[in-house]
Design a protein around this ligand. Structure first.
Ligand code: ACO
Length: 431
């Protein structure tokens, strides 16, 4: 038997099957289990996809043990230091870095799609002022499906491209409008003379009665956060986009499903939860007491912003963000921000604690991102929205990759059924 094959034997019947492996360009091989049901009448069982590759992909690679993150082969550290969010979006979508002409044309297309239909803007009026912005963003992104019938033939390459550009272009406008609605302020229209991140800040913070100058440091910090959050292979929200999209549903609906999945505190909602946690701890002196509660597990408390399904050494994005925190807070005159200092102490103590060491729990991308967002004046309820804006690039790239794959099938997991066996219905009078 080839060393790249596995033999599965039913010890009761002695029946065996040889299972082939498939190799990627880098990373662990996968065992192709497609024949198990046919040959043995069994499914595999892997709740939470702990050891299951759900798809083949060429977009993003993570080595969780080595703390490596590559977008289309390029290390995240290089992209964070030298690239910008739109160039990274192009890279994720197209697979290659753009030349000068291509980036101009891509940027032009994105900036020409930033506005929202006025009828779409009126939908915000249906939300109460204290609606969570993620609820509004998910709803408005899904509503795009009702406005752009011209480009939803998912079999058409050009339609798919326009859908992707519209998502990347409009999600900042949609998000900023959600924020403005919650404040009761007028919506601020996009400014196409600004770069992507400066425009985002402008739409969030400008008001009609004053001039608003975007601080280049703020725009740069946002650019970095957006690059770091742009894609992360088959995470929960991306898998949600793929699963929904595999039915052939409207692409805007699939992206909206991703926004909803991102909202959870175990995923993108963690950045909001980290600040809640830091504020609750409140003082460096209370760190040991808080960590004792986390380790005790009784109250269900977790050290938010720590731990990752894939990274078991360090999250390279957290390392970059921690550095950015130092720079941004120093320049903003908040070098000794109590929350940042608290986070540093919390990290230092946790990293020396056997509970976290033995479980390979390290700070993830969200441990420090909220501190930067806060320093930029972005309110906590918008943290996960900012994550969604950045991740929209990855979602559309992954959705496009899936739809363009001629072998694509509807994603339809199986289950281990443990409910009642067949029984007969009794009329209510006899129960
Ligand atoms: N604090 C305390 N204990 C933790 C934490 C944490 N943050 N994360 C994991 N653990 C413990 C678990 O209790 C478990 O302990 P046990 O072996 O004694 O039962 C062990 O570590 C393994 O944890 P799992 O939950 O099984 O790991 P999983 O891979 O399923 O979860 C997750 C990963 C969801 C990220 C988890 O670490 C977590 O909840 N972290 C806090 C939330 C967070 O920061 N999420 C953001 C993730 S990054 C992102 O989405 C952008």
């Amino acid at each position: 038997m080839s060393k790249n094959m596995y033999r599965l034997t039913n010890l009761a019947s002695g029946k065996s099957s040889d299972l082939e492996t498939r190799s990627g360009t880098v990373g662990p091989d996968v065992i192709d289990i497609g024949s198990l049901w046919r040959d043995h009448g069994v499914f595999t069982y892997d709740p939470g996809f702990m050891a299951t590759a759900s798809t083949e992909s060429r977009i993003t690679y993570i080595d969780g043990d080595a703390g490596v993150l590559l977008y289309r082969g390029y290390p995240i550290e290089q992209l964070a230091a030298q690239s910008n969010f739109l160039e990274v979006s192009y890279l994720l979508l197209k697979g290659e870095l753009p030349d000068a002409a291509r980036i101009v044309s891509f940027t032009h297309s994105i900036t020409r799609h930033t506005m929202l239909n006025q009828s779409l803007l009126r939908l915000y009026g249906g939300f109460h002022h204290n609606a969570h912005p993620m609820a509004m963003v998910a709803a408005i992104v899904a509503s795009l499906a009702a406005f752009y019938h011209d480009t939803t033939n998912i079999s058409d390459d050009h339609h798919r491209e326009i859908v992707s550009h519209r998502i990347i272009a409009k999600i900042p406008t949609i998000s900023a409008a959600a924020y403005k609605h919650s404040l009761g302020q007028p919506f601020v229209y996009p400014r196409n003379d600004l770069d992507y991140c400066s425009n985002m800040l402008h739409m969030l913070f400008a008001v009609p009665c004053e001039t608003y100058e975007v601080d280049p440091l703020h725009a740069k910090a946002l650019e970095l956060l957006f690059i770091l959050h742009a894609d992360h292979e088959q995470n929960a929200s991306t898998s949600t986009v793929r699963l929904a999209g595999s039915t052939g549903c409207n692409p805007y609906a699939a992206i909206s499903a991703g926004v909803s999945a991102l909202w959870g505190p175990a995923h993108g909602g963690a950045n909001e939860a980290v600040l809640d946690m830091l504020e609750k701890i409140g003082d460096v002196k209370r760190v040991p007491e808080f960590l004792a509660r986390v380790k005790d597990k009784a109250g269900g408390a977790r050290l938010m912003g720590f731990g990752h399904r894939v990274y078991k050494n360090f999250d390279p994005r957290a390392t970059i963000i921690r550095e950015m925190c130092h720079k941004v807070l120093a320049k903003l005159g908040e070098a000794h921000s109590p929350l940042f200092e608290l986070a540093l102490v919390l990290e230092e103590i946790a990293l020396k604690d056997d509970y976290f060491i033995s479980r390979k729990l390290y700070p993830n991308v969200d441990f420090y991102s909220g501190i930067i967002y806060r320093a930029l004046g972005i309110p906590r309820s918008m943290f996960t929205v900012m994550f969604a804006i950045a991740r929209s690039a990855g979602w559309v790239a992954q959705w496009q990759e899936m739809i363009a794959d001629p072998t694509m099938k509807i994603a339809r997991p199986r289950q281990l059924y443990t409910g009642p066996v067949r029984r007969d219905y009794m009329p209510v009078s006899k129960r």
